[in-house]
Design a binder for this molecule. Sequence first.
Ligand SMILES: Nc1ncnc2c1ncn2[C@@H]1O[C@H](COP(=O)(O)OP(=O)(O)OP(=O)(O)O)[C@@H](O)[C@H]1O
Ligand SMILES: [Mg+2]
Length: 320
Amino acid sequence: MSDQAPPVLTPAVHTVGLTRTYGSMTALSDLNLTVNRGDLFGFIGSNGAGKTTSLRILATFLTPTSGTAKVLGCDVVTQSDEVRHLIGYMPDFFGVYKDMEVTEYLDFFAACYKIPSASRDKTVSDVLELVGLSEKKGALIGALSRGMQQRLGLARVLIHDPQLLLLDEPASGLDPRARIEMMAILQELQRLGKTIIISSHILSELQSLCNRVAIIEKGKLIYAGPVQGVRDQMSEGPVYWVTVAHGTQAQAIEVIKRCDGIKEVEMADGKIKVSLVSSETDPAAISGALVTSGLRLLGFREDEIGLEEVFMRVTRGDTQ
Ligand SMILES: Nc1ncnc2c1ncn2[C@@H]1O[C@H](COP(=O)(O)OP(=O)(O)OP(=O)(O)O)[C@@H](O)[C@H]1O
Ligand SMILES: [Mg+2]
């Protein structure tokens, strides 16, 4: 066995101080972001947060005002040709040629990428298979459904077998079934070894899909890490819902207030809402105190704040 250390792979994306202004408006401010190879990475932010700006910079279509961005080790400004061969960029809005046939369209892009004509048919068949459009080879693009057109857009960016996919809201405007189909394709692409960055303004949409997410707001990165970490970072301390027998709530509130580590106790929706100072507080002490006081405890459960609520708290609904 060799005792040589494995080669250190450059990350799929690494940005340092990436900034972009439009006149006096800062669309992206000092973004430091690393996306590892093999990540299915969610890039989340409200309208105007700076998602498209970031993705366009990574795709070499927009130059940064300052800072640097590297894609698989190549600088997006000084090595833009190399970067373009490594990435597949699907913009938020893209025109399709409605009067073209599906295969004609993909063959055209394959030719643009200088894929030799002898292997083009196979390449086109392969990408159509990947996105589940093999049945639609001869169809006119204009006759495809919205979901199919999105998948065709994805096929187009896969034609040169890029390592990194930059997908700007690929599921927007799709119905739930088409969204699920799109997400399943992305998972398959990740399994095939692609690194994928997908933007969305819906955190919960990417919750089960992505292994890591970044949240940006007003051009600033406010979180990067695993989805679960969003909740941990933003929760201000656990909340418990306590139900006791009718007519004994006031007594129960008094008992809970005397426990250690309680931030707030209030009635809400017929139940007692108990906010703890931190997760250090032992909730069993509360239920124990209630039972010891002779109160009948009918329910005691931790509040699972929805991910979307966390997101709203994180971003405070701020948009520019
Ligand atoms: N060409 C431009 N000229 C001036 N301002 C721009 C331009 N492009 C984007 N902006 C501004 O930069 C900010 C970030 O825009 P960006 O399109 O990156 O946001 P986004 O997160 O993609 O939003 P959305 O969810 O609406 O697609 C916005 O305030 C936008 O108005
Ligand atoms: Mg956008």
